[in-house]
Design a protein around this ligand. Structure first.
Ligand code: MEV
Length: 344
């Protein structure tokens, strides 16, 4: 039983290089951002557990007594490779969702119930717990876009800066604390359709597309090398190399067919301020990242953010290399986060 407020957070993440190529066995570099999503678990005396996910408009409640009576041993059966249809059915029964509930909402509720029924009471997660969280997050990814590489769930779970290739993960030892802009073009897109589009283009033009994937792989490796050097002694020349890599990868991603006019606009607007950007993740809209060089004056950063906002985009300034999914005590939280949670 929950006796005190428990706070859990997970980082936002971006792929620096290697999106799409990673689906085809190439290297990707992914980093966790210092922009986090928080979950607050708070005890109260109504005898119910209430779920409130304001960003996606979900409010549901279950009787705690009923949940406690449930046989949750089905969640503990060995390794989680893929949830069996029976396990999902059982979680659905517990969730009691209406038939017309949207898929994303259904998944959010099922993921919550899974955490609630199995691991929420722990104050510190072990490596095994994190592996389990990572595996469940991967299954969520599979439902959302069919054939995920696993890079997104891995970086959200483990945090920091990761090199990812075919399920093999290694952490970059001392990644530099790069400052970036994360810009959401707000153009909706389907990761599943974009991943399938790249596959089709590869099948249609193997001689043209395979070298692009090989080149993206080389960009990821070069970026990893430069980040390694920067961890020791960052210098402006290295930022210039990172900018060149960003530009080359952005052109490759356009050639793979995952660009979008909104992303072109993002690149042009930041270029006018002397900054370099690329899409991050699936492309076709969605988000882009812009590298902020050291020594850039804050008014220039603000002017760039304003120019992007004027295009109708959302823009955040943040840094890379944040911790992965974490449990917090209420007192350890930043006052702004506490206020935001209290305002819900
Ligand atoms: C999506 O964030 C990243 C892709 O490479 C897909 C994947 O790795 O699963 C496009």
């Amino acid at each position: 039983m929950l006796s005190e407020v428990l706070l859990v957070s997970a980082p936002g993440k971006v792929i620096l290089h290697g999106e799409h190529a990673v689906v085809h066995g190439k290297v990707a570099l992914a980093v966790a951002l210092n922009l986090r999503t928080f979950l607050r678990l708070q005890p109260h005396s109504s005898g119910k557990v209430d779920l409130n996910l304001p960003n996606i408009g979900i409010k549901r409640a279950w009787d705690v007594a009923r949940l406690q009576l449930l046989d949750t041993s089905f969640l503990e059966q060995g390794d989680v490779t893929a949830p069996t249809p029976e396990q999902v059915e059982k979680l659905k029964e517990v969730a009691g969702l209406p038939d017309d509930c949207a898929v994303t909402e259904r998944l959010a509720v099922l993921a919550f119930l899974y955490l609630y029924l199995s691991i929420f009471w722990k104050q510190r997660w072990t490596k095994e717990d994190l592996e389990l969280i990572n595996k469940w997050a991967f299954q969520g990814e599979r439902v959302i876009h069919g054939n995920p590489s696993g890079v997104d769930n891995a970086v959200s779970t483990w945090g920091g800066a990761l090199r990812y290739q075919q399920g093999k993960i290694s952490s970059l030892k001392r990644p530099p604390a790069l400052q970036i802009l994360l810009t959401n073009t707000k153009v909706p897109r389907s990761t599943k359709a974009l991943v399938a589009g790249v596959r089709n283009r590869l099948l249609k033009f193997p001689e043209i597309v395979a070298p692009l994937l090989t080149s993206i792989d080389a960009i990821s490796l070069e970026c990893e090398r430069v980040l390694g050097e920067m961890g020791e002694a960052p210098a402006l020349e290295q930022y210039l190399v990172l900018e060149e890599l960003i530009d080359m990868n952005q052109h490759h991603l356009n050639a793979l067919g995952v660009g979008h006019v909104s992303l072109d606009q993002l690149c042009q607007v930041t270029r006018a301020h002397g900054l370099h950007s690329k899409l991050t993740g699936a492309g076709g809209g969605g988000c882009g990242i812009t590298l902020l060089k050291p020594g850039l004056e804050q008014p220039e950063v603000e002017a760039t953010k304003q120019a992007l906002t004027n295009c109708g985009f959302d823009c955040w300034e943040t840094s890379i290399g944040a911790p992965g999914v974490s449990v917090h005590s209420a007192t350890s939280l930043d006052s702004r986060v506490r206020q935001a949670l209290d305002g819900l």
